[in-house]
Design a protein around this ligand. Structure first.
Ligand code: AMP
Length: 153
């Protein structure tokens, strides 16, 4: 059987300590695929979704601050690996839906997520990684990371 060739790898990171490990794995795969493009994405939950209606104030400026803080953190993770800023994405929404949407719109053929080694067979994958796997229209690689976000390598 012919080896699958990937052109565009999307790495989803939660910005915890294991993000670097997940990104490194994606970069290694990209290198083995004639330097496939690597994009990195972090999603922020919309404040209105969590507190909608409960707080009688405009949450826009707080959302903007969370957004710019996330961009800074994402750059701290991605810059050392040489991911250009235009391939670093912070989007507001539910992680699985936004990751699928981005993948569909940008010709992504491999999504890389982390998966925590929690005990119990129902907890093999974290909830986000399970959501990303379900409904994905391309391959998904779950990189195993420690239960508390620590790399297992
Ligand atoms: P979890 O569901 O917390 O176990 O997360 C497992 C994996 O899902 C992480 O390693 C990331 O790859 C991905 N993930 C979790 N939260 C986010 C997020 N806010 N944005 C992008 N990816 C995420």
């Amino acid at each position: 059987m012919q080896e699958q060739h990937y052109n565009h790898v999307l790495v989803a990171v939660d910005l915890t300590r294991d993000s670097g490990l997940v990104l490194q794995r994606a970069i290694n795969i990209a290198r083995r695929n004639q330097d496939a493009r690597v994009s990195i994405i972090h999603t922020l939950e919309p404040l209105g979704f969590a507190y909608g209606g409960d707080i009688p104030m405009d949450l826009t400026s707080i959302q903007d601050q969370l957004d710019s803080h996330a961009r800074e953190r994402l750059a701290e993770v991605a810059d050392p690996y040489g991911i250009p800023r235009e391939d670093q994405h912070v989007v507001v929404g539910m992680p699985d839906a936004e990751i699928h949407r981005f993948a569909g719109e940008h010709g992504v053929d491999l999504i890389v997520v982390g998966s925590h080694g929690r005990t119990g067979f129902a907890l093999l994958l974290g909830s986000t990684s399970t959501g990303v796997l379900h409904g994905a229209k391309c391959d998904v690689l779950a990189v195993r990371v420690g239960a508390d976000g620590e790399a297992t390598e």
